[in-house]
Design a protein around this ligand. Sequence first.
Ligand SMILES: [Zn+2]
Length: 389
Amino acid sequence: MAHGRYTRVSLATTSTAVAVRLSKPVTHGPLVAFAALVAFVALASSPCRLRAAENLVFVTWDGFRWQEMFTGAEERLISKDFGGVSDAAALRKAYWRDTPEARREVLLPFVWGVLAKDGQLFGDPTRKAAARLTNGRKFSYPGYNEMFAGFADSGIDSNNKIPNPNLTVLEHIHRQPGFADRVAAFATWDVIEFVLNRERSRMTVQVAWNPLRDEPLTEGQRHVNAMIKDLPRLWPGVAYDVVAQAAAREHLQKHKPRVLYIGLGETDEWAHARRYDQYLDSARRADRFLREFWELLQSLPEYRGKTNLVLTTDHGRGFGRDWANHSATTEGAEFIWIGLLGPDVPPLGVREGIEATQSQVAATLGKLVGVDFPSAAPQAAPPLNLAKP
Ligand SMILES: [Zn+2]
């Protein structure tokens, strides 16, 4: 449980947190000794309950590469030939800058201006901090299963709509006291309903172009349903990001969930279509949504200062001309990235010298709302180490 020198321990009758220095001798007299005693009693009496913030928001950007995450737009893909870009000059103006730092900031201003400063970002292979999926398949269902169930399941070998046999961390959290009907998922991809096994888990799982059925609908929810009815549909089974974003925002304000998952998918669709311009624009919109959502959270007393945010992707993609693809045979598509922000995430920025796997996401999500997932799912990998090295 305690990875670092400090462990935050809740006192049973109040929400006060006490910082206890564990590795050094007690030098501050009886008060510290008393706090240590309280900490010991609290830990001993509830071995499975971890101290963490009350709420969690989890966001995924389907198939968004580490290359753009850490270095912004890639020059040779800003072209008709590699990137299917018809107006390369305009795209260059929007996203090309002289340094990788400037390029990533213009593409992802919230990630680089807030999350990577006040939180943590795993997955920069150039800093001995690669983050990898372990499923070997390098496509979506195996990836989402790995991040939600905490292990690579060799039985999941397609994107077919098969209810997930594995316990997901969201379902496990949903079963804990205080979380019933307070876990919800909004995703653009229709298969997420099966990844999260909506029938078995009985969570709110809203996907793709299905209209909201949450009567009486708010004005905002009616607007979402109007978009669902009126927008043109480019991809079978995948809605535009704005649909899931708007539905999640309405759900947050109406139902005040403690755990909210938002699965965005345009980055993957535009990459498959080899449209680098649309791929970058989708990522920038997804970053703007994240900023607006984070600011919304900080404006609500239920969430302000009590909400952790996790952001990741289900798989990487190839490079060079192969950037559009991802499959078991795509070299490099096993590399992902994981971002975290919130009261339980020390501000260590871009992590160096620490590798991570996609399978660690599940236990990390649990831990960030105080739920021990590996105790219920023994195959699940341990959580990420977010403490100071
Ligand atoms: Zn894909």
